[in-house]
Design a protein around this ligand. Structure first.
Ligand code: NAP
Length: 356
């Protein structure tokens, strides 16, 4: 199963909104066929593995898949039908599909057709590689990662330098952009930094064939005060979504969707925005690159799953903006757990997960 999981991970920059799925077909100790799902609309892992199988199916063969096979027709046909028709009689599945359209029904269908199905092998590892897909289906919102580059004294701006973190940290952060379906920022960051908000890594670095998927750009601009002709984020062909409290409209020429949402005491309704991103745009993983205000608001509302800090050894002092509103206290009933620490030249990347 670990083999199937390792294969599934290969699709992480391209599969969205679909889950990461890998599959191997084994006879005895020999792997006869292996595959992974690489793009929505293309064949699912199980179907490719069966197509690639050079030997006639026999009763000793076992198929290992990290996620329950689908039993509905989406952009492709149901995998359960292909599996049943193939004659495979033994299947190991790491976990059920959290998508209510499939959950348990795929397994039921396979068993009904005389296939031995076992569930749960390497379940925790399988959950880890699809935490975004699971979050979208279970919580009706994307998996949310808050990412900031900070100085030793927790400043996110430095009047003396454009960047807080090192080249290596910034390159690393582009891998997070690449695996995200969308990147979200607040209006002040557009005004101050004028970011492009795209992925600037080569296909070779990402190990992908075909074109690199550019994440949807999401901007929170309550009063629509940003001039779309002026800032880089509004240029190019990539889909842009501007959440605001003024209008809902589509600008097809610029590929911008304006979506009106309710304003709250502080900013736009983040819960509603997350719901819209998950349901209407199928965003399973969202990277937020927040300034002080936006970061504080995500913390207050406790709608996030991870915090990633790129911490540089620089001291900025009071001339820099603090990364959050320190007058408030956050996470009164919840806490962060350290997920990983990585050294990137002179910086440290610290990854925290919000404990359920
Ligand atoms: N080092 C880093 O990693 C990093 C990352 C990002 C930004 N920055 C820096 O942070 C600075 C900007 O930070 P900032 O605190 O001034 O602004 P910000 O967090 O970038 O944006 C805040 C603005 O977003 C809009 N907004 C709409 N809905 C919101 C909501 N629900 N919650 C919070 N904001 C909402 C509001 O403006 P409207 O009323 O116009 O809607 C609000 O004033 C920039 O100088 C930038 O360089 C640093």
């Amino acid at each position: 199963m670990q083999n199937a999981i390792d294969l599934a991970i290969k699709g992480k920059y391209t599969t969205s909104p679909n889950p990461n799925v890998g599959c191997i077909i084994v006879e005895g100790n020999k792997i006869l066929s292996k595959s992974y799902h690489c793009k929505s609309g293309k064949d699912h892992a199980e179907v490719i593995a069966l197509k690639n199988l050079k030997k006639k199916v026999n009763k000793k063969m076992v198929m290992y898949i990290n996620l329950e096979p689908c039993c509905h027709t989406g952009k492709t046909g149901p995998c359960t039908k292909t599996i049943i028709d193939s004659g495979i009689k033994n299947i190991e599945i790491a976990m059920l599909d959290p998508n209510p359209v499939v959950k348990g029904k795929g397994v039921k269908e396979l068993r009904k057709n005389g296939i031995n199905v076992s569930i749960g092998l390497c379940k925790n590892e399988a959950i880890k590689i699809n935490e975004d897909f699971i979050t979208r289906h279970k919580k009706n919102r994307p998996y949310i990662v808050l990412k900031q580059a900070i100085s030793t004294d927790f400043r996110i701006t430095n009047p003396k330098s454009k960047w807080i973190s090192s080249n290596l940290s910034r390159e690393d952060s582009h891998f997070h952009r690449a695996e995200s379906c969308a990147i979200l920022i607040g209006s002040n960051t557009v005004r101050k930094d004028d970011p492009k908000l795209n992925v600037r890594l080569s296909k070779e670095k990402l190990l992908v064939s075909g074109s690199i998927r550019q994440p949807v750009k999401v901007i929170l601009d309550s009063r629509l005060t940003l001039n779309i002709n002026r800032y880089k984020v509004f240029g190019g062909k990539t889909k842009k979504i501007i959440f605001n409290s003024v209008k809902t409209k589509s600008d097809h020429k610029r590929n911008i969707d304006y979506i009106k949402v309710k304003k709250e005491k502080i900013g736009l309704d983040l819960n509603l925005i997350m719901k819209i991103l998950a349901n209407e745009y199928e965003i399973k993983r969202l990277l937020v690159e927040p300034g002080k205000e936006l970061f504080s608001n995500f913390l207050s509302k406790e709608i996030f799953d991870e915090i990633i800090y790129y911490k540089s050894p620089v001291f900025v002092g009071n001339s820099g903006l603090h990364n959050m509103n320190t007058e408030k206290s956050y996470l009164k009933n919840r806490f962060l757990i350290l997920d990983s620490v990585k050294i990137l030249s002179n910086d440290v990347k610290i990854r925290y997960k919000l404990k359920e």
